[in-house]
Design a protein around this ligand. Structure first.
Ligand SMILES: [Zn+2]
Length: 236
């Protein structure tokens, strides 16, 4: 898959995701400035996910939980410890780097940090949720410890490294992870029109701009790139 052609709601394997981001592996959830122009976070809303990430009811805002202290550096469970903005050495953690980006934005020093969010749909099945503006964070007390929550909103800028010439990105709502999971299982990981398992995309059958919804699997299906492009051409 060419990196130019990955757009929101495309399906990628773990390997493709790493190739797109030009890294050998993606081990961490939060990756500040993985690219000179943007950061990358991995998110999972699966029931056994280690963090509590959620999409707000407005359909465009994501609340992303910060990361725990490293397991290796401690002999006890990181889930019992406050999430940290600094390492013992005084260096910023990924939480600290994201916080600094929010503070710089609030001071007017910089634009909101652009963050690409990939979500895990199922093991080995990832999807680009979109490119988001990191504009706020909060610290809250949850289950006896302090955690960070980063607040991101779907950006008007969905074009970093992305060719959009034949794609419309006018539908502005996020397809919930749960819907993607349902669709993937229902459509057996194949294009519903030709059975291809390559270059798949979560497609709104009726586009958002024409009143279609992202919130039910009934209006979302898997299409391969060829059929997705044919459809876009017809609509435009
Ligand atoms: Zn197809």
């Amino acid at each position: 898959m060419s990196k130019d052609l990955v757009i929101r709601d495309d399906v990628v394997s773990y390997r493709e995701m790493c190739d797109i981001e030009n890294v050998q592996t993606l081990q961490r959830g939060m990756n500040y400035r993985l690219n000179p122009n943007y950061s990358v976070v991995l998110m999972s809303q699966r029931s056994n996910a280690p963090y509590t990430d959620r999409v707000h009811d407005d359909g465009v805002t994501v609340e992303y939980e910060g990361h725990d202290v490293s397991r290796k550096a401690h002999n006890h469970n990181p889930k019992f410890e406050d999430q940290a903005a600094f390492l013992p050495t005084g260096k910023l953690t990924q939480n600290g780097l994201f916080i600094k980006a929010v503070e710089d934005y609030k001071k007017g020093i910089s634009k909101p940090e652009l963050v690409k969010i990939y979500e895990k749909v199922l093991p080995g099945v990832w999807s680009l949720k979109g490119i988001f503006d990191l504009f706020d964070y909060k610290q809250l007390f949850d289950n006896g410890r302090h955690v960070y929550r980063f607040i991101l909103r779907l950006s008007d800028n969905q074009k970093i490294n992305i060719e959009t010439s034949t794609q419309s990105i006018e539908h502005t709502r996020i397809i919930p992870s749960k819907v993607k999971q349902e669709v993937w299982k229902r459509d057996n990981g194949e294009c519903v029109l030709c059975g291809s398992q390559e270059n798949l995309h979560f497609d709104h059958e009726l586009p958002f701009s024409k009143g279609g919804t992202s919130l039910t699997s009934k209006n979302v299906r898997l299409l391969c790139m060829k059929h997705n492009l044919e459809k876009s051409a017809k609509i435009e």
